[in-house]
Design a protein around this ligand. Structure first.
Ligand code: NAD
Length: 473
């Protein structure tokens, strides 16, 4: 199927192109200017999407799993075939420089391929002359999938792949800030999935709550902020929809005194600032042993001074803008608060005046209770904090309502692993960061989430066990 990726953005409902009742503006964050319109889904169109997904569920669940897996695999091939073009569109709507945008499309394709190789288990509990008992897993029904703007394609495919392999059908909504790539992927996938299996709709702030309160969904799979996640769970409670919530984080990294600073500085820098620090699992609090604090701070600052922040379509740009005005205002508010409290701010290279740009900022050893330490910045402000004592720093790292991920840096891997195991987070890295895999569960502890994505655990979240008891003569 030939799809023009750069104009005419439509929803996919029942395998057909559907324009919204109205449109929403899509802004290029590198310029602050509107460059496209996306459909604004009406209530009637949402009803139609749910109804068509419900109708498709009857046949899709009966399709042999090998065929469903083959379809998901082919969806991955299609993403790969369009990676260059999708990456250009991605940069315009999301802001991330083109090379890194392409990596996201390729990563999403890899995810589809990997999940397409997964099958839910069947357990035989008893196989005797008296009876046969097995536990198998069956799909849930129509899934409501809601994605954020920071990794719009990957995080949507984290939901599409397991849900569809499991035999569910879906209505997927991208963020109003980054709807375009997802809408075009909906068009590209029409050749792969039967009509109604994967519906993609877009709209403004009202559409999310309209979806989560819709009685036609069996489950909500949501990725976004903790505040919104709580609203989603509340809304799901009315008819006991299943929920998987992947929410915010305020990840701590702990740097021990024995590190080779030249070796780790670059890795720690990009673990905090890649995607302009708009990553749920980015390092957001950097605890550094006092003996290496100054050395690491100076190295991070030198990298910040050399990294080009700019329009992602420009040659050499490594970090792009903040993705949207709302988030830009939030991050600026945190910066103002830091300034008002006379915290020491160390800034990297200058940024363009136009667009939602903020320079890379390191906050030099602020008090633990300052907002910039306690809140998830989700923007390029990194508090660096000194520590002396291991038990004390682990307590400080764990003193958070969040529990998404964390990292420990040391040449002594055994010691680092001991510390890592004491961190109250769903993922913890030693001498690396940001790595997530389709075959490994990703689960936020505390208020960072509810349920699991990825791994067999993630696949089974789209299914429910069915125990089959068969009497034998
Ligand atoms: P957000 O909560 O503002 O929005 C996420 C999605 O929810 C969007 O599609 C939005 O339109 C929709 N939405 C908004 N209000 C809703 C409501 N009341 N009911 C239903 N849907 C609603 O989050 P965001 O600003 O797009 O994303 C940034 C946040 O997401 C950060 O906190 C980040 O840490 C988190 N995040 C978590 C993960 C993870 O896997 N744990 C991954 C990426 C981002």
């Amino acid at each position: 199927m030939s799809v023009d990726l750069h104009s005419n953005y439509v929803m996919t409902i029942g395998g057909r192109s559907v324009a919204g009742g109205a449109t929403i503006d899509v802004v290029n964050p590198a310029t602050g200017e509107v460059f496209a319109q996306a459909p604004d889904c009406t209530k009637a169109q949402l009803d139609e999407a749910v109804a068509t997904a419900k109708a498709a569920f009857k046949s899709w669940r009966a399709v042999p799993i090998e065929q469903r897996q083959a379809a998901v695999r082919k969806a991955g091939d299609i993403l790969l075939a369009h990676a260059d073009e999708l990456a250009r569109l991605f940069t315009r709507e999301q802001g991330r420089p083109v090379d890194a945008a392409k990596q996201e499309i390729q990563g999403a394709a890899m995810w589809l391929h990997a999940v397409a190789a997964m099958s839910p288990p069947t357990h035989v509990v008893e196989d005797s002359p008296q009876q046969f008992i097995e536990t198998r897993y069956v799909p849930l029904g129509v899934i409501c999938a809601i994605a954020p703007w920071n990794f719009p394609v990957t995080l949507a495919m984290w939901k599409v792949a397991p849900a569809l392999v499991a035999g569910n059908t879906m209505v997927l909504k991208p963020s109003p800030f980054t709807p375009l790539c997802t809408l075009k992927i909906g068009e590209l996938f029409r050749d792969v999935f039967p009509p109604g299996v994967l519906n993609i709709i877009s709209g403004g702030d009202e559409l999310g709550p309209m979806m989560t309160s819709h009685p036609g969904f069996a489950k909500i799979s949501f990725t976004g902020s903790t505040a919104t996640g709580k609203r989603v769970m509340e809304s799901a409670a009315k008819d006991l929809k299943r929920v998987t919530l992947e929410l915010g984080g305020n990840d701590a990294a702990i740097v021990l005194p024995d590190v080779d600073l030249d070796d780790v500085a670059q890795k720690i820098f990009f673990g905090a600032f890649f995607n302009t620090a708009q990553i749920c699992v980015a390092t957001k609090r950097l605890y550094v042993h006092e003996s290496v604090y100054d050395g690491l701070r100076d190295r991070l600052l030198a990298i910040a001074g050399a990294v080009k922040v700019g329009d992602g379509t420009e040659q050499g740009a490594v970090l792009g803008p903040i993705q949207n005005k709302r988030q830009y205002d939030r991050v600026m508010n945190l910066l103002e608060d830091a300034k008002a409290n006379k915290l020491t701010l160390l800034q990297g290279a200058g940024v363009p005046e136009k667009g939602y740009f903020i320079p890379v900022t390191i906050v030099d050893n602020p008090p633990e209770e300052s907002r910039v330490v306690q809140e998830e910045a989700f923007g390029p402000i990194l508090p660096m904090l000194k520590f002396k004592d291991i038990d004390d720093v682990i307590d400080r790292a764990n003193a958070s309502d969040y529990g998404l991920a964390g990292a420990v840096w040391s040449k002594d891997v055994t010691k680092a692993m001991e510390i890592a195991r004491r961190m109250e987070t769903g993922t913890v890295w030693v001498n690396q960061n940001l790595q997530l895999r389709p075959d490994t569960p990703f689960a936020g502890h505390k208020q960072s989430g509810f349920g699991v994505e990825n791994g067999m655990e993630g696949l089974l979240e789209y299914m429910v066990p069915q125990a089959v008891y068969v009497a034998r003569a």
